[in-house]
Design a binder for this molecule. Structure first.
Ligand SMILES: Nc1nc2c(ncn2[C@@H]2O[C@H](COP(=O)(O)OP(=O)(O)OP(=O)(O)O)[C@@H](O)[C@H]2O)c(=O)[nH]1
Length: 194
């Protein structure tokens, strides 16, 4: 079975739950007292997708402003970016839009973009309506999923949708398929939670 290595980076404000999403995906655990990331952290996980193995090389970037300038090191060469916001913090949704602009200007042209509205277990404190976020994701042709790292909701789905969005490698080594080009092609699937 063919093995493909897929570099993925997580971007977003501090505290939105990027590290928690990675922990949930890789270790299937949740640490309520997780520390803020310093610089970036790296983890891997291999999953089967159709007749391929996808080894996700995951760069979890620090959301604090003082580390922002490091981000290009992590999104450069990435097959996908997961931009995370916190559904209870409108400001984190605005930050997400800035990351989309930055990726459009400086990111890899064929990067698959996934938007994760995290902490969907906290519906009582919601500030970002799901429809607004989904409409925005549609407008930039991105994957959209609401997640809860805490309650293990839709975490694997984010990575499955990324696998679906990565161009297929044919026998001649070329690529084809439904890659997500920022602002150019349409996403086909959306999942919601809560
Ligand atoms: N209720 C709830 N809390 C969450 C969820 N995901 C993360 N948290 C909490 O949010 C806080 C921040 O989580 P982190 O994973 O450290 O956030 P981060 O985006 O990696 O932050 P930086 O490393 O500073 O960029 C922690 O207290 C987590 O326990 C979630 O799905 N639901």
């Amino acid at each position: 079975m063919a093995l493909r290595e897929l570099k993925v980076c997580l971007l977003g404000d501090t505290g939105v739950g990027k590290s928690s999403i990675v922990w949930r995906f890789v270790e299937d655990s949740f640490d309520p007292n997780i520390n803020p990331t310093i610089g970036a952290s790296f983890m891997t996980k291999t999953v089967q997708y159709q007749n391929e193995l996808h080894k996700f090389l995951i760069w979890d970037t620090a959301g604090q402003e003082r580390f922002r300038a490091l981000a290009p090191m992590y999104y450069r060469g990435s097959a996908a970016a997961i931009i995370v916001y916190d559904i209870t913090k409108e400001e984190s949704f605005q930050t997400l839009k800035n990351w989309v602009k930055e990726l459009r200007q400086h990111g890899p042209p064929n990067i698959v973009v996934a938007i994760a509205g995290n902490k969907c277990d906290l519906t009582d404190s919601r500030e970002v309506p799901e429809k607004d976020a989904k409409d925005y994701a549609d407008s930039i042709h991105a994957i959209f999923v609401e997640t809860s790292a805490k309650n293990a909701i839709n975490i694997n789905e984010v990575f499955i949708e990324i696998s679906k969005g990565i161009p297929v490698v044919d026998a001649a080594g070329g690529t084809s398929g439904k890659a997500f080009k920022l602002g150019r092609q349409a996403s086909e699937s959306h999942r919601t939670c809560c």
